[in-house]
Design a protein around this ligand. Structure first.
Ligand SMILES: Nc1ncnc2c1ncn2[C@@H]1O[C@H](COP(=O)(O)OP(=O)(O)OP(=O)(O)O)[C@@H](O)[C@H]1O
Length: 184
């Protein structure tokens, strides 16, 4: 079976600085890779590179369909949550709204969501997409204890169903993760 993500010899320059070079990545079905490292080391940049939003200075990336949750919500603030999520036409919208306990918020405009509610909505968008590769930048930010448990459960279920996860985070994530530490 071919990997869901394969990056070879990746180098990335931002703001005139080489953030990393010679970086190899491989994720197969069920895998999870936790990118850690100090502020400014390039964790978010690596996630955006894999998403295709940045170009590598060197190296190659091949990957399956991916869904990204980064610092942009990517939901229309003026629509109700259910309509904003439906815009993405994900095959698993109902499951995702239940997984992140969003049913009671479905009729609220996105702009009224709290920080943690918005994070849950963003993670639900990723889950609803049905994409096999999840790219998560600081997925725990803003989540309360229940939200953290929902996230852990969603990731475990995604992996069990043959998905893979690449996550940047300052805090440990539940379950078995490979860890890649970027240097300052
Ligand atoms: N749009 C940009 N243009 C130029 N440089 C940028 C841009 N965005 C980020 N950088 C620089 O790239 C470097 C890596 O930033 P990045 O956000 O990837 O780090 P990070 O490891 O995710 O940090 P943190 O732990 O603070 O979230 C930093 O030096 C940052 O200043």
């Amino acid at each position: 079976m071919s990997p869901l993500l394969k990056g070879h010899g990746l180098a990335l320059v931002r703001g005139g600085r080489m953030l990393f070079e010679g970086l190899d990545l491989e994720l197969e079905a069920g895998d999870a890779l936790h990118i850690s490292g100090p502020n400014g080391s390039g964790k978010s940049s690596l996630i955006r590179l894999v998403a295709g939003l940045l170009r590598p200075a060197a190296g190659r990336i091949e990957r399956a369909e991916a869904a990204l949750a980064d610092n942009l919500l990517a939901l229309d603030r003026e629509l109700t949550l259910s309509r904003a999520l439906a815009f993405w036409k994900g095959p698993r919208l109902g499951d995702a709204m239940r997984a992140f306990a969003l049913e009671d918020l479905a009729h609220l405009p996105v702009r009224l969501l709290s920080t943690g509610q918005a994070k849950r909505a963003q993670l639900a968008r990723v889950m609803a997409s049905g994409a096999p590769l999840w790219l998560l930048d600081e997925p725990q930010n803003g989540l309360d204890r229940k939200g953290l448990a929902e996230l852990d459960e969603a990731i475990a279920a995604h992996r069990a169903q043959g998905g893979a996860v690449l996550a940047a985070s300052h805090t440990p994530l539940a379950g078995q993760w490979r860890i890649m530490e970027l240097e300052a």
